[in-house]
Design a binder for this molecule. Structure first.
Ligand SMILES: NC(=O)c1ccc[n+]([C@@H]2O[C@H](COP(=O)([O-])OP(=O)(O)OC[C@H]3O[C@@H](n4cnc5c(N)ncnc54)[C@H](O)[C@@H]3O)[C@@H](O)[C@H]2O)c1
Length: 266
């Protein structure tokens, strides 16, 4: 018996990467999954993978930044499976990230698009999911944040600020609906070796990322999925309002860590 047996869970941005791995793991744990993505073909591929493993899932084309689309996504879950217990707000605007540079060069369209998908999206997911969760006595919401929301960097300012917004939204949802049985947490990955990442960065960059992990390896989408499943399920019933770093210790060490290690090993 899986840890999410009988539950109904929406995973946004599950047409690839972390969302796909999470949708697969959620289904493996016994839940029925709504695989929601702006990319319908990707969502359908994820559904095919779940069905092949004997799980239950439907694909739903959804733009999480669009209110009517977010509403339709929740309605699809209830129409198909009769209830809603879990929501993984995982989609982010990955399309504008290459143009997300510094503040002086900031294209306002990039800023607004980042905020629309990364902050408004999770808010809209909560707006329509929470009433359905309240009908069944509660639920669990997990937002995908990022280490980028907790530190400064030389690039991707819109992305980083949007993820700080996700962290704040997490605490507000947990505070506003906790007494009614709705928990809300965020997971904050550092660098996850998704197919999209591995195919788009150089080996030198991958080596640099790995050197700043405290683990001997980088994280995989499955490592994130495992924590999301824990936060969706009853074993985490006393955890809410938290931003949990799932990052191989990327944010746990001194910024001088890598240079110190090199110096000590020399
Ligand atoms: N991969 C990493 O290293 C990393 C690190 C920290 C945080 N994250 C976060 O993890 C989450 C998943 O990212 P990923 O690395 O798996 O990327 P990915 O590109 O593999 O997946 C993102 C998915 O979101 C979908 N999407 C984009 N905009 C959407 C919208 N408006 N509505 C619905 N779906 C939309 C895309 O089509 C895609 O399938 C994101 O929130 C990202 O910010 C990733």
């Amino acid at each position: 018996m899986g840890t999410l047996e009988g539950k109904v869970v929406i995973v946004t941005g599950s047409g690839s990467g972390i969302g796909r791995a999470t949708a697969q793991r959620v289904a493996h744990e016994g839940a029925s999954v709504v695989v929601a993505d702006i990319n319908l073909a990707g969502a359908e591929e994820t559904v095919a993978l779940i069905l092949a493993e004997g799980g239950a899932a439907i694909a739903q084309q959804a733009d999480v930044a669009d209110e009517s689309s977010a509403r339709a996504m929740v309605e699809a879950a209830v129409r198909e499976y009769g209830r809603l217990d879990g929501l993984h707000n995982n989609a982010a605007n990955v399309f504008v990230v290459p143009r997300d540079t510094d503040i002086v060069s900031m294209d306002i369209e990039v800023w607004d698009a980042s905020m629309a998908t990364n902050v408004r999206g999770p808010m809209l997911g909560c707006k329509y999911a929470i009433p359905e969760m309240l009908k069944v006595g509660g639920g669990s919401i997990v937002n995908t944040s990022s280490n980028a929301g907790q530190m400064g960097d030389l690039l991707r300012v819109a992305y980083g600020v949007s993820k700080a917004g996700v962290d704040s939204l997490t605490r507000y949802v947990a505070t506003m609906y906790g007494k009614q049985g709705v928990r809300c947490n965020a997971i904050s990955p550092g660098v996850v070796a998704t197919p999209a990442l591995v195919n788009n960065v150089s080996q030198a960059e991958l080596d640099m990322f790995e050197a700043h992990h405290l683990t001997p390896y980088m994280g995989l989408p499955e490592d994130i999925a495992a924590v999301v499943v824990f936060l969706l399920g009853a074993d985490s019933r006393f955890i809410t309002g938290q931003v949990i770093n799932v990052d191989g210790g990327m944010l746990a060490h001194t910024p001088l860590y890598q240079q110190m290690r090199s110096a000590m090993e020399a």
